[in-house]
Write a protein that binds this ligand. Structure first.
Ligand code: FAD
Ligand code: NAG
Ligand code: NAG
Ligand code: NAG
Ligand code: NAG
Length: 416
């Protein structure tokens, strides 16, 4: 195999963040982490926030390029929906802003994925309002506590809730407490933009089956929530968010699916069977509800197309610590089989996927340059649906020589 030239551009020193309270906006340089952004906003205001991801060590450069969702997605949409200007260096080395690049190019890299259109050096974002008190809960239920029925029921409820609440469901396999057989644990994990006094009646009305009680709930300020999300106690000093080192680094394989029709209980049970297969270290999945603002934004507003019609997204995730080729193959093969099992139950034509959970199983560009339009449109449409064609057109205009490329970058017509 020939070695293609490539370069690594280290953005670590491009981390300045300027928050402007008078316009409720911020300029964020592209090498900053989400934690650094959340820190800078919290330093200036206790009731402003930015709707991006949960993990504070993730970079804004890649995340905003592919969408970027977190606990505020049903209220305010994605990070990329809230980008209002950017500074980008194109394939000709020109430094452009929204005005000089024009609306087409500005559209393309807010959800069209990193590394196709240029190097973003800074984003300008709109900050959003959050209340001074929010409430969180995480209620775990194992199979014996009707976890399957609750997930099944959650599907009906989660994407029809008011925009002020998001309840995600985390599923993993745990050992039973009395040393019995392993079981499946579903954890219903929520962010509510308000106090517990409003949350309890809302839950009683919409999802009484969960049996949420006051003791399950923790009220936090928005700043404490940022710490909570990052896994720190609420009295920790805010600057822990500035730590750029991920808490755990292991090998993993992830995939994603969009669900448009309720899964029958038997489909869930079939998933659990796969979770019980032996020698798979930590099978897990996260179900994230859509609805609210996500339903209101049109499919073509930005390249990220997964809007109205989706009940929720599934993020399948399997990490492993065991060394060696065989262990990697075992875990990767496991998640591929799970994905294959899910085929009848999830979105079709295309089977949609989230570009920020890059999945090279969906197909890759031949970096030597002979990938056909037909091949590339297979994964292109999964990530972008019909926005793929517009992405190709814009790529052809701004980078006809395909300077910016990777295994799943958008290809210009000229390379077909
Ligand atoms: C622990 C963890 C938690 C996550 N949680 C969430 C979540 O809650 N919500 C969510 O939406 N996603 C989440 N993700 C997915 C995450 O959004 C993607 O992995 C994203 O690509 C990470 O961006 P990065 O800049 O950190 O990574 P990188 O690997 O540096 O970048 C990813 C891609 O974007 C390109 N890129 C990066 N910076 C730029 C730039 N400035 N200009 C042009 N191209 C650029 C890179 O070339 C690369 O192709 C999570 C990922 C991890 C590892
Ligand atoms: C599980 O659901 C059944 C009814 O379907 C109910 O009788 C039982 O009490 C529930 N178990 C728990 C632990 O909630
Ligand atoms: C669960 O049980 C298995 C087998 O008994 C053991 O190897 C594993 O370490 C246990 N996991 C946890 C998290 O306790
Ligand atoms: C936070 O609170 C815990 C107990 O609730 C205490 O042990 C710890 O010292 C506190 N940490 C800080 C930084 O105040
Ligand atoms: C592209 O090139 C590779 C290697 O040169 C070759 O194996 C492959 O068949 C080619 N694909 C197409 C679609 O021409």
């Amino acid at each position: 195999m020939s070695v293609l030239p490539f370069f690594i551009l280290d953005l670590i020193n491009l981390r300045k963040i300027t928050v402007d309270l008078s316009t409720k906006t911020a300029w964020v340089q592209a090498g900053a982490t989400l934690g650094e952004l959340y820190y800078s906003v919290a330093e200036k205001s206790r009731t402003l926030a930015f709707p991006a991801g949960a993990c504070h060590t993730v970079g804004v450069g890649g995340q905003f390029s592919g969408g970027g969702y977190g606990g505020l997605l049903c209220k305010y949409g994605l990070a990329a929906d809230n980008v209002i200007d950017a500074e980008l260096i194109d394939a000709n080395g020109r430094v452009l802003d929204r005005k000089s690049m024009g609306e087409d190019l500005f559209w393309a890299f807010r959800g069209g994925g990193g590394n196709s259109f240029g190097v973003v050096t800074a984003w300008k974002v709109n900050l959003v309002e959050v209340p001074s008190t929010v409430t969180v809960f995480a209620v775990p239920k194992v199979l014996k506590e009707n976890a399957t029925k609750l997930i099944h029921r959650w599907q009906y409820v989660a994407n029809k809730l008011p925009e002020d609440i998001v309840i995600a469901a985390y599923v993993n396999r745990i050992n039973s407490s009395q040393g019995g057989d392993p079981t499946i644990q579903a954890t219903f994990s929520s962010l509510f933009l308000g106090g517990v006094d409003r949350l309890l009646p809302l839950m009683q009305e919409s999802f009484p089956e969960l049996g949420l009680v006051n003791d399950d709930c923790i009220e936090l300020s928005w700043t404490e929530f940022a710490l909570f999300l990052a896994g720190f106690p609420s009295n920790a000093s805010l600057d822990v968010l500035l730590d750029r080192t991920p808490q755990s680094i292991t090998s993993f394989k992830a995939k994603s699916d969009y669900v448009k029709q309720l899964l029958p209980e038997t489909a869930l049970e079939g998933m659990w069977e796969r979770f019980f297969e032996k020698d798979i270290e930590s099978p897990s999945l996260i179900m994230v509800p859509y609805g609210g603002k996500m339903d209101e934004i049109s499919e073509s507003s930005i390249p990220f197309p997964h809007r109205a019609g989706n009940l929720y997204k599934i993020h399948y995730y399997v990490p492993w610590t065991e060394e060696g080729e065989e262990a990697s193959e075992r875990h990767i093969s496991w998640i591929r089989r799970l994905y294959s099992y899910m085929t009848p139950y999830v979105s079709k034509n295309p089977r949609e996927a989230y570009v920020n959970y890059r999945d090279l199983d969906l197909g890759i560009n031949n970096l030597a340059g002979n990938t056909s339009y037909k091949q590339a449109s297979i994964w292109g449409r999964k990530y972008f649906k019909n926005n793929f064609d517009k992405l190709v057109r814009i790529k052809t205009e701004v980078d006809p020589a395909n300077f910016f490329r990777n295994e799943q970058s958008i290809l210009p017509f000229s390379s077909w």
